[in-house]
Design a protein around this ligand. Structure first.
Ligand code: SF4
Length: 482
C-alpha cells in the first residue's frame, strides 16, 4: 500500500484490449514457420490477443534463443488477476486468470470450479459415500460433460488427528483437488501431512493465524486463501504481508454473507475485481473464493429454503466474480443450474457452440429410411437428436456446417443454402445410404425447398418448425406418396 493508504496500482500497464497484435508480433520469432498451426506469426499474434491461443502454442518461442522475447510477452500478456493452480495432475484446477470485469469485453477463462464440502466428524462410510457422489456427479449438456471439480474438507472437530484421518480417507478415495479448511494451524498441519504432493488450497489465513499459515503454505508449496470477512482494508494488508513473506499463490475470501449481508458480499466481490481489472491493483489481483455453504448457518429456516438460498447465492457469485465456490448441497436441482450457468458464462460469446458436421445414424435405418437435415449449432443439434432418440426413430440425420448458426439464422445469413444442402448430400454420400431421393429439411428452412429441389434433384419435404414434431410428421408423411 502506498504511504497514504491508497491501493497500489499498475496504471502503466495496458489492458488486454489495448494490446495490438503488432505489439505482440514484434516479439514473436517472425519466422512464419507455422508450427503453431497458423499461417504466419501475424495470424498467431491476432489470435493470441483475442485470447484464442496461448504463448505455449508457439514452440520456437520456448527455446533459449527467444527467452528474452518470451519473458517480455509474458509480462505484456499477464492477466491482472493471477492464475492459481490447486491440485496436481490431470484434475488440477486453474482459478482466476481474468483479464476484464465484463464478459463482453473479453472471453472469460478458467470456469469457476465447484467444490463440495465434507467434514471430519462424518463416519468413514458416510464420508466415502459423499466422495463417491461428488466423483460421479456428471451431466451431459449439448455434448459437454459438466462435473464437480474439488472437495473441501472441513475441520469441525478441531482435532488434528480426526482432520488428518478424514484427509487421508479422501486422498485414498479421490483424485479431485482438495481445499483443506481449518483455522487452527496445528489442525491444518495434520491435514497437509496427509495430502503431500496434492497441492491443496489452504483455507485460511486470518488476522490472527497468518504467520503460521504462511509457513505451512511455503513448506508445502501450497496456495493459501485469506479470509477477511467484510474488511477489504484488512484483506489488502494481509495480501501485502503474505506476499512479503514469499507466498505468491493467494486466493481472496472477503466473506460470503447470507440474508441482509448479501449485498455486502456482492459489493465486496465487485470492488475487488474492479480494482484489479480497471486500476490494475496488484494487491487485489488474485482469484476470489465464494462460499455459498455459509447459507447453512441460517438454521431458523427449513432445509428446502436453505437449499434454495444456496442455489441462488452460488448463481450470483458465479456472475459476480467468484473464481472458486465451496458448496454443500449435492441435489441435482441446485447444482445443474450452476453448471449450466457456468458453462454459458465461460463460453466465448463470439463463437457459437458447434457439433461436427456429417451424417448421424439413429436406430437401425435401412435404404428406405428417412433422411433428415439440421445445422451444426449445438443447441439445435442436441434438441433434434433428443427428439429423434425419445421417439426411437430409425433414420439418418445430415448435419450441415452453418458456422454454428441455428436454422433460422443460417437461412437468413445465407449459411444454410440450397447449394450447401447439395454439397452436404454429396459429401455425406446420401445417395449411397438410401434408395429413395427424398430429403426432410427443417420447417424453418421452408423457403429453400424450391431452389433445393433444383440444386439437388431430390424431392424436398418441409418438416416441422419444432423438432418435437418430427415423430408425428414422419408417422403421417413417411413413406412419402409417390
Ligand atoms: S509457431 Fe511461432 S514462429 Fe512459428 S508461425 Fe507460429 S507464431 Fe510464428
Amino acid at each position: 500500500m502506498s504511504p497514504d493508504g491508497q491501493p497500489e496500482t499498475g496504471k502503466k500497464r495496458k489492458s488486454i484490449k489495448e494490446i495490438s497484435p503488432i505489439d505482440v508480433y514484434k516479439l514473436l520469432p517472425r519466422t512464419n514457420c507455422a508450427e503453431c498451426g497458423e499461417a504466419n506469426c501475424m495470424a498467431f499474434a491476432t489470435r493470441l490477443v483475442n485470447g484464442e491461443l496461448l504463448l505455449v502454442d508457439c514452440p520456437p518461442l520456448h527455446t533459449d534463443e527467444y527467452r528474452a522475447s518470451r519473458e517480455k510477452l509474458e509480462r505484456l500478456l499477464a492477466p491482472p488477476v493471477r492464475t492459481v493452480t490447486i491440485g496436481t495432475g490431470e484434475r488440477a484446477i486453474n482459478i482466476g486468470g481474468k483479464y476484464v470485469l465484463q464478459r463482453h469485453d473479453f472471453t472469460y477463462h478458467n470456469p469457476t470450479p465447484i467444490a463440495i464440502d465434507v467434514h471430519d466428524l462424518m463416519p468413514e462410510a458416510e464420508l466415502l459415500e459423499r466422495v463417491r457422489q461428488i466423483e460421479q456427479f456428471a451431466y451431459n449438456y449439448i455434448g459437454r460433460t459438466l462435473t464437480l471439480n474439488a472437495i473441501a474438507v472441513r475441520s469441525v472437530s478441531g482435532d488434528p488427528t480426526k482432520f488428518g484421518n478424514a484427509v487421508r480417507t479422501i486422498t485414498g478415495a479421490s483424485h479431485h483437488p482438495l481445499i483443506l479448511c481449518a483455522l487452527d494451524p496445528e489442525v491444518m498441519a495434520a491435514g497437509l501431512a496427509e495430502a503431500k504432493e496434492r497441492r491443496p488450497l489452504i483455507y485460511a489465513a486470518t488476522e490472527t493465524n497468518w504467520m503460521a499459515m504462511a509457513d505451512l503454505a511455503l513448506s508445502h508449496k501450497a496456495p493459501l486463501a485469506i479470509f477477511a470477512p467484510n474488511d477489504l482494508a484488512l484483506l489488502r494488508s494481509l495480501v501485502k504481508t503474505l506476499l512479503a513473506c514469499g507466498v505468491q499463490d493467494l486466493v481472496l475470501d472477503p466473506g460470503t454473507f447470507a440474508d441482509e449481508g448479501f449485498p455486502d458480499t456482492i459489493a465486496n466481490f465487485t470492488a475487488i475485481r474492479a480494482s484489479a481489472c480497471k486500476q490494475f491493483d496488484e494487491l487485489f489481483g488474485f482469484p476470489l473464493l465464494g462460499v455459498p455453504l455459509t447459507v447453512w448457518t441460517g438454521t431458523e429456516l427449513s432445509e428446502d429454503v436453505l437449499t434454495w438460498r444456496e442455489a441462488i447465492t452460488a448463481s450470483m457469485l458465479i456472475s459476480r466474480y467468484a473464481d472458486l465456490l465451496i458448496m454443500h448441497s449435492l441435489d441435482g436441482w441446485v447444482l445443474l443450474p450452476q453448471l449450466i450457468w457456468r458453462f454459458n458464462i465461460y463460453t466465448d460469446p463470439r463463437k457459437p457452440v458447434t457439433v461436427e458436421a456429417g451424417v448421424r445414424t439413429f436406430g437401425r435405418p435401412d435404404a428406405k429410411s428417412p433422411v433428415l437435415m439440421t445445422t451444426n449449432y449445438a443447441l439445435t443439434y442436441f434438441t433434434v437428436e433428443s427428439d429423434i432418440k425419445v421417439a426411437n426413430l430409425d433414420c439418418y440425420l445430415i448435419v450441415v456446417d452453418t458456422g454454428g448458426l441455428s436454422v433460422e439464422s443460417a437461412v437468413a445469413g445465407r449459411n444454410f443454402t440450397a447449394e450447401g444442402i447439395a454439397a452436404a448430400l454429396k459429401s455425406n454420400n446420401a445417395a449411397g445410404l438410401v434408395t429413395h431421393t427424398t430429403l426432410v429439411i427443417p420447417g424453418l428452412a421452408a423457403r429453400l425447398s424450391g431452389e433445393t429441389e433444383e440444386a439437388t434433384g431430390w424431392r424436398i419435404l418441409v418438416g416441422p418448425k419444432d423438432s418435437s414434431g418430427i415423430p408425428q410428421f414422419l408417422r403421417e408423411r413417411w413413406p412419402p406418396e409417390t
